[in-house]
Design a protein around this ligand. Sequence first.
Ligand code: BDR
Ligand code: CA
Length: 302
Amino acid sequence: TRKIIIDTDPGIDDAAALAVALNDPQLDVLMLSTVAGNVNLSYTTENAKKILDFFAKDIPIAQGNRAPLLVEYEDASEIHGETGLNGYQFPVSKRVVLREHAVIAMKNKILQSAEKVTLVAIGPLTNLALLLNMYPEVKTKIAELIIMGGSTAGGNTNSAAEFNFKVDPHAAQIVLQSGVPLTIFGLNVTSRARLKLQDINQIKTFGRTGAMLYDLFSHYRGGDFAAGLMIHDLCTIVYLLQPELFTLQYTHVEVATTGPAAGTLIADLQNRYCKSANANLAVDIAAAEFADWVKAKFSELT
Ligand code: BDR
Ligand code: CA
């Protein structure tokens, strides 16, 4: 089993990623941390608690940062709904979050772990940037930091920037320059990680988890599945369990932090700048196999 910590902003595709990660015996989820992203921190924390309740998982959860490092916070509630998980009526959670800020809780978990820990970041990188800057001693204990963010093929907030990097560009740049082993799934790959309408209709019939995911999916982007449903964040977890579905290229990456292109990933895939590589960047996905694998996985969840 692999020890992992997931930093998340649920978020509908976050919920799909958590559903798989929390239930796979190959992954030992040490804790969840929450960040402001798709919706504000109160909502992302409540949502993460509800997902842990849904799967009856006794896993610690810590609240992270309420706002990006330097820029003003802007949410994506127009895509994920006002609460971030509109579409399914989760019971109110009585779960209590850790007293420590997520950055402190992550530092403690990583330093206490006998094995190296894999970090999975599926929201803005605010907490991870703080962790790596405040506690650089964790770096040697990080097996890999797997990120959903960026794009080499156009953005989803404007023509260039992907949402997670755009929300906190400075945090993204700090993390990319941190020297920890990075694996990055950007929109160029995650926007091809789609479920088709017929897949989604099948998922509805897969018991209580399938029904819950179906209800969430039906509200994602107003429930418009015509072009299929993109489950960006799930790529990070599928990569952990089924890496051969992806092609990665070890390359130099950075993020623009200011100006109209703030939050845009720059990837030197042709090695024109001759700078040293600092990330494994996903460049291809076996999209049909991905959808089949995900459907099979969802059908196993109770
Ligand atoms: C990313 O932004 C969020 O809306 C999704 O949850 C995903 O993490 C996609 O750009
Ligand atoms: Ca997310």
